[in-house]
Design a protein around this ligand. Sequence first.
Ligand code: 26Y
Length: 815
Amino acid sequence: MNTDNKPQVFKDATDFKTQFCEECESIFSKTYDELNDFERYYALASLIAGKARNAKVDGENDEKQVYYFSLEFLIGPLLDNYLLNFGVRDIVKAGCEQLGTPLEELVACEADPGLGNGGLGRLAACFMDSMAALGINGNGNGMRYRYGLFRQEIEGGRQVEMVDNWLEHGFPWETRKNESAVVVQFGGQVVRHQDGERFWFTQEGGEKVKAVPYDVPILGYGAKKVNTLRLWSAEPATEDFDLDAFNSGDYAKAMKFRSDVEAISQILYPNDAGEHGRVLRLKQEYLFVSAGLQTILRTYEKKFGKRYGEKLWEHLGDHVSVHTNDTHPAMCGPELMRILVDEKRVDFDTAFNVARKTISYTNHTVMPEALEKWPIEVFRHLLPRLYMFIEEIDRRYRDTLPHDVEGWANVLSKTAILWDGQVRMANLSVIFAHSVNGVSELHTGILKASTLHEFYELRPDLFNNKTNGISHRRFLGNANPKYAKLICDAIGEGWLADANQLSQLEKYEDDPSFQEEFEKARRWSKERLAKYIFEATGTQLDTSMVFDVQVKRFHAYKRQLLNVFKILDLYNRILSDSSFSPRPTAFIFSGKAAQSYTFAKEVIRLINSVAEVVNGDPRVNDKIRVAFVPNFAVSSAQLIYPATDISEQISWAGSEASGTSNMKLMMNGAITLGTYDGANVEICDLVGQDNIKIFGLRTEEVDALRAAGNYWAWDLYNNDRIRLGRIIDELTDGTLAHLSGNFESIRDELSISNDHDLVLKDFYSYVDAWDELAQAYGDRRAWNKAAIHNTARSGYFSSDRTIREYARDIWHIDA
Ligand code: 26Y
């Protein structure tokens, strides 16, 4: 590993300008002055990407290789982050300034690759950053979707989905690797062959797909390490199409094979959780699993074939870790076995043990509807040989499950892979893993106590917790330049490499001049966001208001609806009580809802309807404003977090596995208003009760309430027609109908479905908590102290810490 001498990228601003202008000419055959901003951005990104690729030294060390398998990598724009990691941000900024285009304007030209839905995909991207920063051999393995998650527009208050053509102008960070393409096979028949004692199977016929990798260099902080994110694209394995159809002029028919194959890597499934079961998704899962594993084994064989000879495959787990991000890559287990048994002639038991030693699994959700299952018939038809391995592993699992285990039949019904005509991917993942982890203390506890309880009883040693983390370099260093500079001026730059050093800020919490600078930085970030929101939506925000923010996927359990109810309550109270004057607040929402998730989309429409009513009413609009920022993405998130005063983390307790926007917002000095859920619990432990506002039922209380079965949501409506009842009436009485109609379905959700997400149940506790927190904002000194304290304690949530724990406990490597 190249540890001490980091590559010198640019000697100074002059050197940078020379190289930049040369790059402009070599790419566009035009001078810098003749280019538009996008072209300048493109040339700059190409220059930096080239440097990142050149900094890579292949086969540089013998340490273990980690392969992080994830169907989603929500990497976001890369340029600014790479400048920070190369340590040349200031030089480049100065050079760009001298050339006449501010760096920020070039950075803003970059497309934001939406190759993920939300938290899970962003986590994978943060992990890539941290593995490279820590010098770990971390390889990402994922899909190169031709179209990312849909672009969200708002029309008449409604979410409208548009195609995300992120590759339209090219992606300067990737390199297509034709020579590394592999073939992946679907369908066909399994044929048994026998020669004396020996027998083996092959898969004949079916569809052969070529998986072509595109590599993106992942540059670690300090540029000491460059890893690779490998994204697979599907192409026809051969160009022989239906010649008869072609010759008779039926080009659509002739080309159908091609488009069927290409469909595999065409789109990202837009479900953050829930609704699955489409064959195309199963194909995506198998494609990147098979292509990734074939490549891993090829590389490993080349490197260690001589050293280990006959025993080669038994050592795989000493040199390779395959980490599976949720169940989406669950086929890693059986696919690894298939290759070892069918192609490398390893015996079944050895192959299973090798697979188990190599593979580990992270669970990201306890929501039953998000646990993947596939109909056996569909699975077997698409992947006949793989299915044989699953069936055999399931059979052996059933055989070896001790019959004296308490409640044997129940344990089997919960843990078997095949059940009720379905392949249960979570069980498949657990059975093939040597480690199973949750993503926060609370979540891991729930996995042990309920979701995977039967497995936990059988194999407690499998289970461990790895509380999520975030890239502090991106979400504080890049996203919040003024605050980051203030921090560097106070405690030096060391925190960029070691986030724990943020704790040194504690001595500045109460320092009036630091606080003053903190307020200035915050004001700048709020101005920047207000400008962005005005340009995107026409909504004007006053930056002296409190910025209260809830940004995340739209989902019933995350309870954006509870937040809207609070805003409606404030609205009603201001109108009915002239002495009531809440702290002036701008409520900012952003996030997408899955296309097919009607309820979540209605909540988006409700927010926009409330915004229209509130913002347009001069009786209230100096006290409350509402903004919905369209098309939430990494780039807009980076504008929102630094401008936030109150971080809304209000899922019902026991529903959010961890959350990561809670961490990003805390790190930027926002105060959390949250339930005792996911990682909020750990934020609370770290900052102390005085520096966070917790409300609502606890997990045990939610469980008890559900078990008792005596919660009648509609009683709350009947008992309070003045506040809660009035809000519910307003859903259907025309108050909010002006933009695009009433909200009957939301009212039905609360009444007919008995308020499954406990919006009414937690309402008073939430509104009271908000009132107190907003009041507290008036004491600027105490508030700023708490805000800075939040940043000071946030080092724990760097994904560097998380990755160190994965390395130590799961992958068994030193970092
Ligand atoms: C089965 C398929 C439809 C599916 C697709 C995406 C299922 C789940 C997902 C995504 C889940 C996800 O993003 N989970 C989130 O993971 C974050 C990172 O661990 C957590 O912080 C967050 O609480 C959890 O909801």
